[in-house]
Design a protein around this ligand. Structure first.
Ligand code: MG
Length: 400
Protein backbone atom coordinates (compact mmCIF):
# COMPACT_ATOMS: atom_id res chain seq x y z
CA UNK A 1 0.00 0.00 0.00
CA UNK A 2 1.23 3.51 -0.83
CA UNK A 3 0.18 6.98 0.32
CA UNK A 4 -1.14 9.01 -2.60
CA UNK A 5 -1.98 12.30 -0.88
CA UNK A 6 -2.06 14.23 2.38
CA UNK A 7 -4.91 16.73 2.77
CA UNK A 8 -5.64 19.04 5.66
CA UNK A 9 -8.51 21.20 6.82
CA UNK A 10 -8.19 23.95 9.43
CA UNK A 11 -11.26 24.26 11.63
CA UNK A 12 -12.43 26.49 14.42
CA UNK A 13 -14.88 24.85 16.85
CA UNK A 14 -16.66 26.78 19.61
CA UNK A 15 -15.90 26.23 23.28
CA UNK A 16 -18.64 26.60 25.89
CA UNK A 17 -16.71 29.57 27.31
CA UNK A 18 -13.23 31.14 27.18
CA UNK A 19 -10.95 29.51 29.77
CA UNK A 20 -8.73 31.35 32.27
CA UNK A 21 -5.21 30.22 33.09
CA UNK A 22 -1.87 31.77 34.01
CA UNK A 23 -1.51 32.66 30.32
CA UNK A 24 -4.65 34.84 30.38
CA UNK A 25 -7.95 34.09 28.66
CA UNK A 26 -8.27 31.53 25.86
CA UNK A 27 -10.14 32.32 22.63
CA UNK A 28 -13.82 31.34 22.51
CA UNK A 29 -12.99 28.66 19.94
CA UNK A 30 -10.40 25.93 19.56
CA UNK A 31 -8.43 25.79 16.32
CA UNK A 32 -7.42 22.38 15.03
CA UNK A 33 -6.22 20.86 11.78
CA UNK A 34 -7.70 17.61 10.48
CA UNK A 35 -5.40 15.44 8.37
CA UNK A 36 -6.50 12.91 5.73
CA UNK A 37 -3.95 10.43 4.42
CA UNK A 38 -5.13 8.89 1.14
CA UNK A 39 -3.82 5.58 -0.12
CA UNK A 40 -3.85 3.64 -3.39
CA UNK A 41 -5.90 0.94 -1.62
CA UNK A 42 -8.82 3.37 -1.42
CA UNK A 43 -8.45 3.68 2.36
CA UNK A 44 -8.27 7.13 3.93
CA UNK A 45 -6.79 7.58 7.42
CA UNK A 46 -7.62 10.58 9.60
CA UNK A 47 -5.48 12.43 12.12
CA UNK A 48 -5.64 15.68 14.06
CA UNK A 49 -3.09 18.29 15.09
CA UNK A 50 -3.16 21.68 16.80
CA UNK A 51 -2.71 25.09 15.23
CA UNK A 52 1.05 25.30 15.73
CA UNK A 53 2.09 23.47 12.54
CA UNK A 54 2.66 25.81 9.59
CA UNK A 55 1.32 25.24 6.07
CA UNK A 56 4.96 25.16 4.89
CA UNK A 57 5.63 22.23 7.20
CA UNK A 58 2.44 20.46 6.08
CA UNK A 59 3.38 20.94 2.42
CA UNK A 60 6.83 19.51 3.07
CA UNK A 61 5.28 16.56 4.93
CA UNK A 62 3.05 15.85 1.93
CA UNK A 63 6.17 15.62 -0.26
CA UNK A 64 7.74 13.15 2.19
CA UNK A 65 4.61 11.10 2.67
CA UNK A 66 3.39 10.56 -0.90
CA UNK A 67 4.70 7.26 -2.23
CA UNK A 68 5.50 6.00 1.29
CA UNK A 69 4.07 2.87 2.89
CA UNK A 70 1.63 3.79 5.72
CA UNK A 71 3.03 0.82 7.69
CA UNK A 72 6.57 2.26 7.59
CA UNK A 73 6.12 4.33 10.75
CA UNK A 74 9.75 4.14 11.91
CA UNK A 75 11.03 5.28 8.53
CA UNK A 76 8.44 8.05 8.43
CA UNK A 77 9.45 9.14 11.95
CA UNK A 78 13.07 9.50 10.80
CA UNK A 79 12.24 11.10 7.48
CA UNK A 80 9.86 13.66 8.99
CA UNK A 81 12.14 14.35 11.92
CA UNK A 82 15.19 14.59 9.65
CA UNK A 83 18.50 15.66 11.13
CA UNK A 84 17.09 18.74 12.82
CA UNK A 85 17.35 18.92 16.55
CA UNK A 86 14.18 18.70 18.51
CA UNK A 87 11.27 20.94 17.59
CA UNK A 88 7.82 20.76 19.12
CA UNK A 89 6.20 21.53 15.77
CA UNK A 90 7.79 18.41 14.29
CA UNK A 91 6.63 16.23 17.16
CA UNK A 92 3.06 17.49 16.78
CA UNK A 93 3.10 16.88 13.03
CA UNK A 94 4.55 13.40 13.51
CA UNK A 95 1.80 12.56 15.98
CA UNK A 96 -0.93 13.61 13.55
CA UNK A 97 0.53 11.67 10.63
CA UNK A 98 1.13 8.58 12.76
CA UNK A 99 -2.51 8.83 13.94
CA UNK A 100 -3.73 8.84 10.31
CA UNK A 101 -1.39 5.98 9.28
CA UNK A 102 -2.53 3.86 12.23
CA UNK A 103 -6.12 4.60 11.19
CA UNK A 104 -5.28 3.29 7.69
CA UNK A 105 -3.59 0.22 9.13
CA UNK A 106 -6.55 -0.52 11.38
CA UNK A 107 -9.02 -0.09 8.55
CA UNK A 108 -6.94 -2.44 6.36
CA UNK A 109 -6.82 -5.08 9.11
CA UNK A 110 -10.40 -4.55 10.28
CA UNK A 111 -9.07 -3.97 13.81
CA UNK A 112 -9.16 -0.98 16.18
CA UNK A 113 -5.98 1.07 16.71
CA UNK A 114 -5.76 -0.23 20.29
CA UNK A 115 -5.11 -3.70 18.78
CA UNK A 116 -2.15 -2.28 16.86
CA UNK A 117 -0.71 -0.94 20.12
CA UNK A 118 -0.80 -4.22 22.00
CA UNK A 119 -4.52 -4.65 22.62
CA UNK A 120 -6.86 -2.89 25.00
CA UNK A 121 -6.95 -3.75 28.68
CA UNK A 122 -10.14 -1.75 29.28
CA UNK A 123 -13.05 -0.69 27.11
CA UNK A 124 -13.55 2.74 28.65
CA UNK A 125 -11.44 5.25 30.54
CA UNK A 126 -12.36 7.46 33.49
CA UNK A 127 -11.81 11.10 32.54
CA UNK A 128 -11.47 14.23 34.65
CA UNK A 129 -13.70 17.17 35.30
CA UNK A 130 -11.24 19.71 33.89
CA UNK A 131 -12.24 22.81 35.80
CA UNK A 132 -11.18 26.30 34.74
CA UNK A 133 -12.32 29.65 35.89
CA UNK A 134 -14.25 30.91 32.85
CA UNK A 135 -15.07 34.23 31.24
CA UNK A 136 -18.73 35.23 30.88
CA UNK A 137 -20.45 34.50 27.57
CA UNK A 138 -23.79 35.61 26.12
CA UNK A 139 -25.32 32.41 27.47
CA UNK A 140 -23.43 31.77 30.73
CA UNK A 141 -22.21 33.82 33.66
CA UNK A 142 -18.51 34.00 34.54
CA UNK A 143 -16.94 31.34 36.75
CA UNK A 144 -14.54 33.43 38.79
CA UNK A 145 -15.13 33.23 42.57
CA UNK A 146 -14.62 30.15 44.74
CA UNK A 147 -18.39 29.89 45.08
CA UNK A 148 -18.78 29.91 41.30
CA UNK A 149 -16.11 27.23 40.91
CA UNK A 150 -17.75 24.92 43.47
CA UNK A 151 -21.10 25.34 41.70
CA UNK A 152 -19.50 24.69 38.32
CA UNK A 153 -17.81 21.51 39.61
CA UNK A 154 -21.14 20.34 41.02
CA UNK A 155 -22.78 20.82 37.62
CA UNK A 156 -20.03 18.86 35.87
CA UNK A 157 -20.09 16.01 38.39
CA UNK A 158 -23.87 15.84 38.19
CA UNK A 159 -23.98 15.97 34.39
CA UNK A 160 -21.07 13.66 33.51
CA UNK A 161 -20.46 11.52 36.61
CA UNK A 162 -16.80 12.48 37.03
CA UNK A 163 -14.90 11.03 39.97
CA UNK A 164 -11.70 13.02 39.48
CA UNK A 165 -11.52 16.83 39.44
CA UNK A 166 -8.61 18.86 38.13
CA UNK A 167 -8.59 22.52 39.09
CA UNK A 168 -6.74 24.91 36.81
CA UNK A 169 -4.88 27.31 39.04
CA UNK A 170 -2.57 30.20 38.24
CA UNK A 171 -5.31 32.49 36.92
CA UNK A 172 -5.75 34.03 40.36
CA UNK A 173 -3.52 34.43 43.40
CA UNK A 174 -2.13 31.36 45.20
CA UNK A 175 -4.33 32.33 48.17
CA UNK A 176 -7.40 32.18 45.89
CA UNK A 177 -6.26 28.81 44.52
CA UNK A 178 -5.80 27.42 48.04
CA UNK A 179 -9.27 28.64 48.98
CA UNK A 180 -10.71 27.13 45.77
CA UNK A 181 -9.10 23.73 46.35
CA UNK A 182 -10.18 23.69 50.00
CA UNK A 183 -13.79 24.54 49.13
CA UNK A 184 -13.99 21.93 46.36
CA UNK A 185 -12.49 19.33 48.69
CA UNK A 186 -15.02 20.20 51.41
CA UNK A 187 -17.92 19.83 48.93
CA UNK A 188 -16.49 16.65 47.33
CA UNK A 189 -14.73 14.72 50.11
CA UNK A 190 -14.43 11.45 48.15
CA UNK A 191 -13.37 12.69 44.69
CA UNK A 192 -9.78 12.63 43.54
CA UNK A 193 -8.55 16.21 43.26
CA UNK A 194 -5.63 17.79 41.37
CA UNK A 195 -4.41 21.39 41.19
CA UNK A 196 -2.44 22.70 38.19
CA UNK A 197 -1.20 26.32 38.10
CA UNK A 198 0.98 25.70 35.00
CA UNK A 199 4.28 26.71 36.56
CA UNK A 200 3.01 30.08 37.78
CA UNK A 201 4.64 29.82 41.22
CA UNK A 202 8.18 30.06 42.58
CA UNK A 203 9.56 27.14 44.57
CA UNK A 204 8.91 29.02 47.83
CA UNK A 205 5.30 29.77 46.83
CA UNK A 206 4.79 26.16 45.74
CA UNK A 207 6.01 24.89 49.11
CA UNK A 208 3.81 27.36 50.98
CA UNK A 209 0.76 26.25 48.98
CA UNK A 210 1.67 22.58 49.49
CA UNK A 211 1.85 23.12 53.25
CA UNK A 212 -1.50 24.92 53.25
CA UNK A 213 -3.10 22.10 51.25
CA UNK A 214 -1.49 19.33 53.29
CA UNK A 215 -4.87 18.11 54.57
CA UNK A 216 -6.67 18.54 51.24
CA UNK A 217 -5.71 15.03 50.07
CA UNK A 218 -4.65 16.15 46.59
CA UNK A 219 -3.93 13.37 44.13
CA UNK A 220 -1.07 15.59 43.01
CA UNK A 221 0.14 19.14 42.59
CA UNK A 222 0.74 19.59 38.86
CA UNK A 223 3.58 21.79 37.58
CA UNK A 224 3.53 24.21 40.51
CA UNK A 225 6.83 25.68 39.29
CA UNK A 226 8.89 25.70 36.09
CA UNK A 227 11.90 23.53 35.34
CA UNK A 228 13.28 20.23 36.57
CA UNK A 229 15.41 21.72 39.36
CA UNK A 230 12.53 23.67 40.85
CA UNK A 231 10.18 20.74 40.53
CA UNK A 232 12.75 18.47 42.17
CA UNK A 233 12.97 20.85 45.12
CA UNK A 234 9.17 20.96 45.49
CA UNK A 235 8.90 17.18 45.09
CA UNK A 236 11.55 16.64 47.79
CA UNK A 237 10.03 19.01 50.34
CA UNK A 238 6.29 18.89 49.58
CA UNK A 239 3.89 16.60 51.44
CA UNK A 240 1.93 16.26 48.16
CA UNK A 241 2.91 14.19 45.11
CA UNK A 242 3.85 16.16 41.99
CA UNK A 243 2.97 15.66 38.34
CA UNK A 244 4.16 17.33 35.16
CA UNK A 245 3.36 17.93 31.55
CA UNK A 246 5.69 20.94 31.37
CA UNK A 247 9.16 20.07 32.65
CA UNK A 248 9.38 16.50 31.37
CA UNK A 249 7.95 16.42 27.86
CA UNK A 250 10.60 14.65 25.83
CA UNK A 251 12.92 11.67 26.06
CA UNK A 252 16.09 13.74 26.39
CA UNK A 253 14.74 15.21 29.65
CA UNK A 254 14.00 11.84 31.23
CA UNK A 255 17.43 11.01 32.62
CA UNK A 256 17.69 14.45 34.29
CA UNK A 257 14.22 14.01 35.78
CA UNK A 258 15.11 10.56 37.09
CA UNK A 259 18.47 11.61 38.55
CA UNK A 260 16.85 14.57 40.35
CA UNK A 261 13.71 12.58 41.31
CA UNK A 262 11.99 15.66 39.91
CA UNK A 263 8.43 14.34 39.60
CA UNK A 264 6.20 11.54 40.84
CA UNK A 265 3.85 11.42 37.82
CA UNK A 266 4.50 12.13 34.15
CA UNK A 267 1.49 13.07 32.04
CA UNK A 268 1.97 11.56 28.59
CA UNK A 269 1.13 13.92 25.77
CA UNK A 270 0.68 12.19 22.41
CA UNK A 271 1.80 15.37 20.64
CA UNK A 272 4.88 16.24 22.69
CA UNK A 273 6.04 12.63 22.36
CA UNK A 274 5.52 12.42 18.60
CA UNK A 275 2.55 10.07 18.65
CA UNK A 276 0.84 7.14 20.29
CA UNK A 277 3.85 4.86 19.97
CA UNK A 278 6.17 7.51 21.43
CA UNK A 279 3.81 7.89 24.38
CA UNK A 280 3.87 4.12 24.96
CA UNK A 281 7.66 4.15 24.82
CA UNK A 282 7.78 6.95 27.40
CA UNK A 283 5.30 5.09 29.60
CA UNK A 284 7.57 2.04 29.58
CA UNK A 285 10.67 4.13 30.35
CA UNK A 286 8.90 5.94 33.21
CA UNK A 287 7.75 2.61 34.62
CA UNK A 288 11.32 1.37 34.71
CA UNK A 289 12.28 4.33 36.91
CA UNK A 290 9.27 4.27 39.21
CA UNK A 291 7.54 7.31 37.73
CA UNK A 292 3.76 6.93 37.45
CA UNK A 293 2.04 7.98 34.23
CA UNK A 294 -1.19 9.74 33.30
CA UNK A 295 -2.55 11.12 30.02
CA UNK A 296 -2.27 14.82 29.19
CA UNK A 297 -4.78 16.87 27.20
CA UNK A 298 -4.32 20.18 25.40
CA UNK A 299 -0.64 19.84 24.46
CA UNK A 300 -1.07 20.78 20.81
CA UNK A 301 -3.01 23.94 21.66
CA UNK A 302 -6.41 23.57 23.29
CA UNK A 303 -9.07 20.89 23.51
CA UNK A 304 -8.71 17.83 21.30
CA UNK A 305 -11.61 17.07 18.95
CA UNK A 306 -13.01 13.56 18.51
CA UNK A 307 -10.22 12.27 16.25
CA UNK A 308 -7.40 13.02 18.68
CA UNK A 309 -9.58 12.24 21.69
CA UNK A 310 -10.30 8.72 20.42
CA UNK A 311 -6.60 8.27 19.56
CA UNK A 312 -5.81 9.12 23.20
CA UNK A 313 -8.46 6.63 24.35
CA UNK A 314 -6.96 3.86 22.21
CA UNK A 315 -3.54 4.62 23.71
CA UNK A 316 -4.79 4.84 27.29
CA UNK A 317 -6.72 1.58 26.97
CA UNK A 318 -3.46 -0.30 26.32
CA UNK A 319 -1.35 1.07 29.20
CA UNK A 320 -1.08 -1.43 32.06
CA UNK A 321 0.46 1.18 34.39
CA UNK A 322 -2.31 3.79 34.00
CA UNK A 323 -3.91 4.11 37.42
CA UNK A 324 -5.60 7.50 37.23
CA UNK A 325 -8.31 9.28 35.26
CA UNK A 326 -7.14 10.69 31.93
CA UNK A 327 -7.01 14.42 31.27
CA UNK A 328 -9.54 15.50 28.67
CA UNK A 329 -10.52 19.08 27.86
CA UNK A 330 -13.21 17.47 25.71
CA UNK A 331 -16.23 18.45 27.82
CA UNK A 332 -15.47 22.14 27.11
CA UNK A 333 -16.39 21.67 23.43
CA UNK A 334 -19.72 22.79 22.02
CA UNK A 335 -19.50 20.41 19.04
CA UNK A 336 -17.16 18.10 17.18
CA UNK A 337 -16.22 17.35 13.56
CA UNK A 338 -16.91 13.61 13.75
CA UNK A 339 -20.07 11.86 12.58
CA UNK A 340 -22.68 11.86 15.32
CA UNK A 341 -21.19 14.93 17.00
CA UNK A 342 -19.74 14.90 20.50
CA UNK A 343 -18.60 11.66 22.13
CA UNK A 344 -20.72 10.65 25.11
CA UNK A 345 -19.51 10.40 28.70
CA UNK A 346 -20.97 7.49 30.64
CA UNK A 347 -20.43 7.41 34.40
CA UNK A 348 -17.53 9.85 34.01
CA UNK A 349 -15.90 7.61 31.40
CA UNK A 350 -15.26 7.80 27.66
CA UNK A 351 -15.62 4.61 25.59
CA UNK A 352 -12.86 3.32 23.32
CA UNK A 353 -14.47 2.84 19.88
CA UNK A 354 -14.69 -0.75 18.60
CA UNK A 355 -14.66 -0.08 14.86
CA UNK A 356 -11.65 -0.47 12.56
CA UNK A 357 -8.88 2.12 12.92
CA UNK A 358 -9.69 4.99 15.25
CA UNK A 359 -13.36 4.05 14.93
CA UNK A 360 -14.59 7.56 14.16
CA UNK A 361 -15.15 9.34 10.84
CA UNK A 362 -15.16 12.98 9.83
CA UNK A 363 -18.59 14.50 9.27
CA UNK A 364 -18.28 16.44 5.97
CA UNK A 365 -21.05 18.87 6.90
CA UNK A 366 -19.49 19.71 10.30
CA UNK A 367 -16.02 19.89 8.76
CA UNK A 368 -17.25 22.44 6.19
CA UNK A 369 -19.10 24.46 8.82
CA UNK A 370 -16.06 24.76 11.09
CA UNK A 371 -13.65 25.28 8.19
CA UNK A 372 -15.82 28.27 7.21
CA UNK A 373 -15.68 29.47 10.82
CA UNK A 374 -11.88 29.21 10.73
CA UNK A 375 -11.71 31.26 7.52
CA UNK A 376 -13.99 33.91 9.01
CA UNK A 377 -11.85 34.11 12.13
CA UNK A 378 -8.67 34.26 10.07
CA UNK A 379 -9.97 37.22 8.07
CA UNK A 380 -11.24 39.02 11.15
CA UNK A 381 -8.35 38.17 13.42
CA UNK A 382 -6.91 41.21 15.03
CA UNK A 383 -4.34 41.54 17.76
CA UNK A 384 -5.60 39.54 20.74
CA UNK A 385 -5.15 40.74 24.28
CA UNK A 386 -4.05 37.92 26.62
CA UNK A 387 -6.83 39.12 28.94
CA UNK A 388 -9.36 41.60 27.48
CA UNK A 389 -10.56 42.45 30.99
CA UNK A 390 -7.05 43.72 31.86
CA UNK A 391 -5.86 45.84 28.90
CA UNK A 392 -2.08 45.97 28.69
CA UNK A 393 -1.60 42.94 30.97
CA UNK A 394 0.67 40.13 29.85
CA UNK A 395 1.69 36.89 31.56
CA UNK A 396 4.94 36.67 33.50
CA UNK A 397 6.50 33.51 34.93
CA UNK A 398 6.68 32.86 37.77
CA UNK A 399 3.77 35.15 38.53
CA UNK A 400 3.75 34.53 42.27
MG1 MG B 1 -0.83 20.49 33.26
Amino acid sequence: MKVTDLRWTHVSVPLQAPLLSADGVSPATVRRTLLEVETDAGLVGIGEIGPRVSSDRLNAARGTLVGEDPYALERLRSKLHGSRFYQMETAILLAGIEMACLDVQGKAAGRPVSDLLGGRLRGSLPAIAYVYRRAATERAAAVSTTEHVVGHVAELVERYGFETIKLKGGAATPEDDVEMAGAVRARFPCHRLRLDPNGAWTVATSLRVARQLRDCDLEWLEDPTMGLDGMAEVTRRSPIATATNMCLVDFHELSSAVIRRAVDVMLLDVYFLGGLRGAREMAAACGAFGIDVGIHSGGAGGAELGVAMTAMLHLASTLPALRCAIDAMYHHLEDDVIRGGLLTYRGGELTVPDGPGLGVELDPERLDRYADAYERERRERTRREPDPSRPGWYPTYPAW
